[in-house]
Ligand binder design. Sequence first.
Ligand SMILES: *Cc1c(COP(=O)(O)O)cnc(C)c1O
Length: 377
Amino acid sequence: MPDESTAILTIDLAAIAANYRTLVEQVAPATCAAVVKADAYGLGAAMVAPVLQRAGCRHFFVASVDEGLALRQVLPNVQIFLLNGLPGGAARAVAAGDLVPVLATLDQIEEWRKLCAATQPKPAALQFDTGMSRLGLSQADVIRLATDPRSLQGLPIVHVMSHLACGDEPNHPLNDKQLMLFRSLVERFPWTRVGLGGMKPSFGLAASGGVYLGTDFHFDLARPGIALYGGRPVIGRPNPLRPVVRLQGKILQIRDVDLGMSVGYGATHQFKGPSRLAVIGVGYADGIFRSLGNRGAVFVAGERAPIVGRISMDLMTAEIGHVPIAACRPGDSVDIIGPQQSIDDLADAAGTIGYEVLTALGKRYQRRYLAATGRAA
Ligand SMILES: *Cc1c(COP(=O)(O)O)cnc(C)c1O
């Protein structure tokens, strides 16, 4: 039995499945993949990925080889792409795990080509850099590949992708620029003559933001991540996805404070009169950012309670002078993420993004998964 004071992280798997179906509709007739890197954005890939598979997902993206091999244990029959490419020396492990590397350099292409020649042709993907200046073949490398027909010979390229730098900002001029560059690079290749069996690869550009930029950005395969987990896909617009996460801290102690007293390390908050404090058993070691000290809020008995003082490692303090005394007691739960405060609200208060809120969620929580049937798993 978990300690009664342990904070509870509830992950709604039915909401993830519903969000996947929403995204499927949004990108149709294109196909929708799922990005489950970083342990499905901290929510547990081993729990999340099978739910997505049951919802119809057949293409999964992770970052690293280790993540891909772990996911392969869970999902034997789906396509698993490695966004971080092919690390030197990893080709055999990648092939053995039936993972599809998203090749990002000419050296990686050469390494995969050698493996294919030595064993058998194994599918790979390519990433073109179109303006992110992160992973991917440069424009010059792409042109070099396109002008040398032997360069991709014997390499079954099943997918060609690029990544938007500003996909969550619909009016950013870089979106159209990247779209046009991606199209023009893709058109340089005689795709029907390369690859296994003369297959044309699928193309992809859209992450969560790109899904909402219109059909021009969808190509064949969209690959949202944050939207599956209830994050806001587009800045400044209502979020069409269902919330997935609820985080409830427990009140360990309630104390009276008065004029002249302060709270927490550094005594950064002084009380201007009598009030009450709830001491809550979560802190920055649990992923509650220290930047929320004297800035964020939690919800106690439905009331907004500002976080006062600094966040410490295992504790935080919220002012509850305005909450009726009978409405909260030690042992009660407070909502840190929940119906009144989304992951994006909390991120905004902390000066970060919902992605970081999710991937920072700590290991000390009691995790409860709401199964796709609505019952706890
Ligand atoms: C993380 C990532 C995604 C998913 O992005 P979201 O914004 O979470 O939808 C897609 N493609 C690449 C290359 C990524 O690194």
